[in-house]
Ligand binder design. Structure first.
Ligand SMILES: [Ca+2]
Ligand SMILES: [Ca+2]
Length: 199
């Protein structure tokens, strides 16, 4: 069976516009018999070429200049995992929990769940210098996460030697990171910690 699809504007397959069933092998002679309406009579039936390939990429190869328009951003990937929820504005706050949609993506939170608001999974153990936080897998976002400490919430210095081994990301691309501060940051009278995400 041969199905002809309408190509959607983003070059993904759209709806089926024609279906042919044949018991013979598919070859050029079959395609010579296909007639399609012109674009002027029915835009859905505009056909300018037929391509075969084992995969979508084989049929529509990425070309310089075209690649960018075919690439799907991480924001789009992330948004699509929440169905029809309108998360197109990263500065909006769909679930009204005080965290913007974009902020919820960075910290692996649920943008449609107002009770999903806290990326700190385990609070700081001040003696061991260990805490855990959640984030979206940096290999998806391209972000860098750094650890900062302060004695007074005013002056912050980066703890570049803090270790941050992440867990395997879950099916939503969210991982838990266990931070261990460097030894000289621990055992002080006052200690605050921060994790910053930056491009
Ligand atoms: Ca929110
Ligand atoms: Ca939320």
């Amino acid at each position: 069976m041969l199905e002809i699809y309408k190509v959607a504007t983003n070059l993904t397959l759209g709806s089926v516009v024609s279906t042919y069933t044949t018991t013979s092998n598919l070859d050029q002679s079959l395609f010579d018999t296909i007639s399609c309406g012109s674009k002027s009579s029915n835009p859905a039936h505009s056909l300018d070429e037929i391509r075969f390939g084992a995969s979508y990429e084989a049929v529509i190869p990425g070309q310089s200049g075209q690649q960018a328009s075919l690439a799907i951003s991480d924001e789009q990937m992330w948004q699509s995992s929440f169905g029809s929820a309108d998360l197109s504005d990263p500065s909006a706050d769909l679930d009204g929990d005080g965290r913007s949609n974009g902020n919820e993506r960075v910290w692996g939170l649920g943008p449609t769940n107002a009770s999903s608001i806290q990326p700190i999974e385990t609070i700081l153990d001040p003696l061991a210098g260990i805490f855990r936080y959640t984030r979206r897998d940096p290999s998806l976002t391209g972000l860098t996460y750094t650890v900062w400490t302060s004695a007074n919430l005013t002056a912050w210095t980066e703890d570049a030697d803090a270790t941050q081994p992440p867990s395997e990301p879950n099916e939503n691309g969210v991982q838990t990171v266990e931070v261990t501060l460097s030894p000289e940051r621990i055992g002080v009278p006052s200690l605050f910690v921060q994790v910053r995400a930056s491009n």
